[in-house]
Design a protein around this ligand. Structure first.
Ligand code: HEC
Length: 150
């Protein structure tokens, strides 16, 4: 009996872990994101909407055929249920060029301009100063506010 219960629980856990989080967009995500690889792989990342849009664009590049109207729904669903919050905060005073490029989606030239500025003025202490800094896109910084520290 105990053994059978244990097996039952084990199989329950397995089937549950293979499922997507419940919510609007789940159906579209399930339909579009499991044809080439396991659905688990599709939700293996934790990122913001911008990041998920990039991933989706990459999948389109790999040949994903989805209705245009599905793409935004899937992106919103993924950003809501598999968000970037788990990331460690980004300290803009110690971040390297690569970190700035990937976390704040800056171009290489923008990251370089920001680093040169940081070198010149020293520690940046407020969001207002950060937003004015060369290479920084104020809107992007605003959208990533919760991930940034000084
Ligand atoms: C047309 C086939 C196809 C479809 C459909 C597809 N993918 Fe992929 N996916 C790939 C390929 C190819 C890779 C890369 C495999 C490798 O590099 O080993 C990949 C890899 C990934 C990875 C691993 C990280 C990365 O960036 O390489 C993630 C996350 C991912 N896909 C998410 C998704 C999501 C989300 C969807 C649905 C919106 C999706 N995939 C639908 C083909 C597809």
């Amino acid at each position: 009996m105990n053994m059978r219960l244990a097996i039952l629980f084990a199989s329950l856990t397995i089937s549950l872990s293979a499922q997507l989080a419940e919510g609007p967009g789940m159906k579209e995500t399930d339909k579009n994101c499991k044809t080439c690889h396991e659905i688990e792989r599709s939700i293996s990342l934790r990122q913001d909407l911008n990041g998920w849009n990039n991933t989706i664009a990459k999948m389109v590049g790999f040949g994903m055929r989805s209705a245009e109207s599905d793409l935004a729904i899937v992106a919103d669903y993924l950003a809501k249920h598999y968000p970037a919050d788990a990331l460690t905060p980004l300290n803009v005073n110690t971040a390297t060029a690569v970190e700035l490029e990937s976390r704040l989606t800056m171009k290489r030239s923008q990251a370089a301009a920001f680093l040169a500025h940081r070198e010149k003025v020293g520690k940046i202490k407020t969001f207002a100063d950060l937003k004015k800094a060369p290479g920084i896109d104020p809107e992007k910084v605003e959208s990533k506010k919760t991930q940034i520290i000084f």
